[in-house]
Design a protein around this ligand. Structure first.
Ligand SMILES: [Zn+2]
Length: 386
């Protein structure tokens, strides 16, 4: 949400999934070696491809001039990395109407005139088959889907792209008789996952591009991008039995992958002459924010309050030292600095929560504030600072 304030709502939502058959991966495998045994190689190549994708979007301006970009890399349960990316375009390049959508996004099988793109789309961008064609498809097993496809495939045939009113574009899917045999079923334009022809031709992988500028619920978009990990690793050991930790297995099951992925941020570079890591001098503006902390979290809340108000602290000691005296707690330091006077701190906390939290969490926080923070004028708390 820190990005939405200065740059506006995101325009495009992109999901890129690693293709284990990329020649860059296949060519590096030893004879008889399987891809799943080389998470280090898969992660490295995926990082390089993701950076190339970012370059095409930022520098080559596939969608126009970009104001801001945010992305996160995740791991599917079987280990393949994928990335979610939100793109905010500059005002002159905003994607607003169906004509603009058609310029960048396609949801039809490419014609035989473009065999390279057609091959890539049929390989990576056809959903299913699911529904009655394949009731066992993973998209059918979702609790909320109640026996139908979680992603609502097959879509309807449609002669032109439209906005359906709830913010989600309905892409053009013409009934032109073109179909292909995919995973033992005949699939047509109703099964195509929306893609950008230029990027799909270049990257040969699952690369879903969707317009999201028309979606009002911006918070839900960010929640999707930042939904976090859905995988946990644990062992059940009998009482008295010693748990043997296989470090190599741990390394291979993803830890090393995460290490490589971290390099994406590329805040530093290796200087060959001085033989040391130096900070990059790029012109990219990085926007950060302190994680939201509720007042009920005690010292963490007061620490955040100090960090927001004290410029350039060098250590916790710095934060605890007020007017030359060392305080026993962050709370004491905040009180001495008069950061808790009046309802200002509560107002700011509620305003921040409105920016970053989902509605149920905001309601919980508001009741917590009323019960535990003793605001002097509870009614005035409804008048949140704009
Ligand atoms: Zn489905």
């Amino acid at each position: 949400m820190s990005l939405v304030q200065p740059y506006g709502k995101p325009d495009l939502f992109i999901t890129m999934t690693c293709n284990v058959n990329w020649p860059e991966i296949k060519n590096e495998l030893a004879v008889g070696e399987e891809t799943q045994n080389r998470p280090d190689l898969v992660a490295k190549i995926f990082c390089a491809k993701l950076l190339a994708l970012k370059k095409h979007i930022m520098e080559k301006q596939v969608f126009g001039d970009v104001a801001a970009i945010v992305y996160i890399v995740e791991f599917q349960k079987w280990g393949l990395p994928h990335a979610h990316m939100l793109i905010i375009l500059k005002p002159a390049f905003k994607i607003k109407c169906p004509t603009h959508f058609d310029r960048f996004i396609c949801a039809e099988i490419p014609t035989q005139d473009n065999p390279h793109l057609r091959k890539s789309i049929l390989k990576h961008m056809m959903h299913g088959p699911c529904g009655h064609l394949n009731p066992r498809c993973p998209c059918m097993k979702h609790l909320k889907s109640k026996g139908s496809c979680k992603y609502v495939y097959p879509k309807q045939f449609r002669i032109e792209t439209t906005n359906n009113g709830d913010g989600y574009p309905m892409y053009k899917r013409r009934y032109i008789g073109d179909s292909a045999s995919i995973r033992k079923a005949t699939l047509d334009n109703r099964w195509v996952i929306p893609y950008n022809p230029c990027l799909s031709s270049l990257f040969d992988c699952h690369l879903n591009v969707e317009v999201c500028s028309t979606i009002e619920a911006v918070k839900y978009l960010y929640k999707y991008v930042y939904k976090g990990h859905d995988k946990i690793s644990f062992n059940v050991v009998h009482k008295g039995e010693v748990d043997t930790i296989d470090e190599i297995e741990h390394y291979q099951s993803g830890r090393c992958t995460k290490l490589f992925i971290r390099r994406i941020h590329r805040a530093h570079r290796w200087d060959l002459s001085s033989k040391e890591w130096v900070k990059r001098k790029n012109k990219v503006i990085v926007i950060g924010r302190l994680t939201f902390v509720a007042p009920t979290e005690g010292e963490r809340y007061f620490l955040r309050l100090l960090l927001l108000n004290i410029r350039g602290p060098r250590s916790f000691e710095d934060l605890l030292t007020v007017y030359g005296c060392r305080c026993a707690s962050f709370q004491e330091a905040a009180i001495k600095l008069r950061l808790l006077e009046e309802d200002d701190a509560i107002d700011k906390c509620l305003a921040k929560a409105c920016e970053v939290q989902m509605p149920p969490a905001i309601r919980r926080l508001f009741s917590t504030v009323l019960i535990f923070c003793q605001p002097s004028e509870p009614n005035a708390l409804f008048m949140l600072p704009s």
